[in-house]
Ligand binder design. Structure first.
Ligand SMILES: Nc1nc2c(ncn2[C@@H]2O[C@H](COP(=O)(O)OP(=O)(O)OP(=O)(O)O)[C@@H](O)[C@H]2O)c(=O)[nH]1
Ligand SMILES: [Mg+2]
Length: 238
């Protein structure tokens, strides 16, 4: 089985090398072939250069460098298109570079995908937990989850989770041209399309650890676009 892991990065030079080490350790023995696709937006901290140096040692790494900060959703569009067109991997994982998503959960995800079209590592199912969030982060997260679930009518407990696994055929069904969000709302638009197409997902246990290094990129623009995207689903329903 051939696996691809897509990681968008912006100023993750401090976290990326150790994440790649842990990732390679976890996947190298359990799949026939794997690739790690890093999509960097010319981060000022030189993440792309760091990624290219890692790629010299680990031939499975592919670095896509974009000219400027074009957004998380846009990065996933690029990364997924690359995987589908150039690699043809049967399974595709998306995850963050900041150690919030633990590579040691990947073997369980591989075990569980079975008949499902996609998996979401959910912070809201029994056995899961979130470590290190302050009150403000808890509130913004709860609002985001509530908004997404209500507006887009998603029956997933953690629709904002960015730790996911897709079958190739599932990603091929998504019309990426129709996705307008270049930021975090991309995650909701993907789930909305999957629901419309009758795709079946499973939520898996995860321990989400708040980033210890680097800074969150979730700014005002991201939050506003998220709210607008959710509202647009409401308007379409009425
Ligand atoms: N290429 C690219 N990557 C991005 C962009 N924005 C965020 N990322 C990456 O996407 C992943 C998630 O971003 P984070 O800032 O950790 O967002 P988050 O996990 O929702 O928020 P926190 O919980 O506060 O960390 C990280 O690997 C980021 O480096 C962007 O504009 N372009
Ligand atoms: Mg993060």
């Amino acid at each position: 089985m051939k696996l691809a892991i897509v990681i968008p990065t912006y100023n993750e030079g401090k976290t990326l090398p150790s994440l790649i080490d842990r990732l390679v350790e976890q996947v190298k023995h359990i799949v026939d072939e794997f690739n790690i696709v890093i999509v960097d937006d010319s981060s000022p901290d030189g993440t792309a250069e760091i990624a290219r140096n890692l790629a010299k040692k680990i031939r499975e790494i592919i670095v896509i460098q974009r000219p400027s900060k074009l957004g998380l959703g846009a990065a996933y569009k690029n990364g997924f298109s690359y995987v589908l067109e150039k690699l043809g991997s049967e399974l595709i994982i998306e995850m963050d570079a900041d150690h919030s998503h633990d590579p040691s959960e990947i073997p369980n995800m591989l075990k569980k995908i079975g008949k499902y079209d996609f998996l979401i590592a959910s912070r809201h199912i029994k056995g899961s937990s979130t470590i290190g969030w302050g009150l403000w982060r808890k509130i913004t997260h709860a609002l985001g989850v509530y908004f997404a679930r209500q507006c887009a009518k998603l029956d997933i407990s953690d629709p904002t989770s960015g730790f996911r696994m897709f079958k190739k055929e599932t990603l091929q069904q998504i019309d990426f041209d129709k996705i307008r969000s270049d930021g975090y709302a991309f995650q909701i638009e993907v789930l909305h399309q999957l629901k419309q197409k009758g795709m079946e997902g499973l939520e898996t246990i995860t321990t989400f650890v708040d980033r210890k290094e680097g800074k969150s990129k979730m700014g005002r623009h991201e939050i506003l676009q998220f709210v607008k995207t959710c509202m647009s689903y409401l308007r379409k329903r009425n």
